[in-house]
Design a protein around this ligand. Structure first.
Ligand code: 3MF
Ligand code: MG
Length: 344
């Protein structure tokens, strides 16, 4: 097994002032430059972006390009890189009924133009990866849109992006619900199926978020295994989730340590990271957290990952194989629990 180093990333939205749908901000807004500096100090290597985390969506291209260069310079000053840029296609009024699957052609055109611009921005900031979280590509009620047409529209949209930048990689980040009642591409399997229908399947892959898999009733490490088998796991959003409710973005491992252990295990066994992939966290600070300790969730998630990595690498592979061969899964179960309790 490889013993390569991991590189960690987070988005600026992971350092936030704590507003939720029921209450206002509870912490100071932190300037972007301070976030970058601090991420570096706590052991992070890269930053994930939405297009409008870099420059406002309505800025003209000259301004956008200049601003993206400045942000890149700021990253470089702290030894950081951009992991990906994601078009934020869920806040503009034109994406109210979906960006790619909207029934309105003008709205679909807006989404495509904005996504092409996002690819251009990604290049300026130094990455060829864009992440698509199809937030509103679904319905609140079945009759509102055509489910078959939605797949065709998504395929055309991705083809247009592949054409726009022949070097880009497109990573789908699937989630089964929220904000929609039902998403058209609820799991990584749905998106990878679609990837093979595009004009260049080798450039269409996935980013798997732990909480999104859990919300679909699936195990994140099995979802990762599926994408890895296709050679398409190009990003992760590690976090945790306590049951089927709103997307909680809890610190990695904070709900189910064994589930986190298995994500680290499958990533490490498959040498995730050796092709430049990074370990992204999509975690939110608890609203109760005070200003001075508002990076704790990011420090904790990284620490838990690295600690679990030690546990994973200390598993006796021979013993595991033997227990598998003997089909003594009760003994295997206890072996893993003892490992997690630090007994073995
Ligand atoms: C929503 C998410 C998103 C994506 C982000 C990058 C706002 O559940 O996980 O966070 O991660 O848009 O694609
Ligand atoms: Mg995410």
């Amino acid at each position: 097994m490889s013993h390569h180093e991991y590189r960690f990333t987070a988005g600026p939205w992971n350092i936030h002032s704590g507003a939720d749908p029921f209450g206002p901000p509870v912490r100071q807004e932190i300037p972007f430059a301070d976030k970058i500096k601090r991420l570096h100090e706590i052991g992070y290597h890269g930053v994930q972006f939405h297009d409008d985390d870099i420059v406002e969506a309505e800025a003209d291209w000259t301004t956008a390009e200049r601003t993206a260069r400045e942000v890149k310079k700021l990253l470089e000053e702290h030894g950081l890189v951009a992991e990906f840029v994601a078009p934020r296609l869920w806040e503009d009024p034109r994406t109210i009924d979906g960006a790619v699957t909207s029934n309105d052609p003008d709205c679909r055109r807006y989404a495509l133009d904005r996504s092409k611009r996002c690819l251009d921005l990604a290049r300026v900031i130094g990455t060829n990866k864009i992440v698509l979280w199809p937030a509103r590509e679904g319905t609140y009620l079945r009759e509102a849109k055509d489910a078959k047409l939605a797949v065709e529209r998504m395929t055309e949209y991705i083809n247009a992006l592949l054409d726009h930048d022949p070097e880009c990689l497109i990573l789908g980040e699937m989630k089964p619900n929220e904000p929609m009642d039902q998403a058209y591409f609820p799991t990584v399997g749905h998106f990878i199926g679609l990837a093979y229908r595009t004009k260049d399947p080798d450039r269409v892959g996935a980013l798997i978020e732990s909480a999104h898999a859990i919300l679909a009733g699936l195990d994140p490490s099995d979802e990762m295994g599926y994408a890895l088998a296709h050679g398409k796991l190009w990003g992760v959003h590690l976090n945790d989730q306590n049951g089927l409710k709103f997307d909680e973005d809890k610190s990695f491992g904070s709900v189910d340590l064994r589930r986190a252990f298995n994500q680290v295990r499958i990533l490490d066994e498959n040498e995730y990271g050796t092709n430049g992939e990074m370990v992204g966290f999509d975690v939110k600070a608890l609203r109760t957290q005070k200003d001075e300790v508002c990076y704790r969730h990011l420090e904790n998630s990284r620490r838990t990952f690295l600690r679990l990595l030690e546990v994973v690498r200390s598993v006796d592979a021979g013993r595991l194989e033997r227990l598998r061969a003997e089909r003594d899964y009760e003994a295997l179960d206890q072996y893993i629990l003892d490992k997690l309790m630090g007994i073995e």
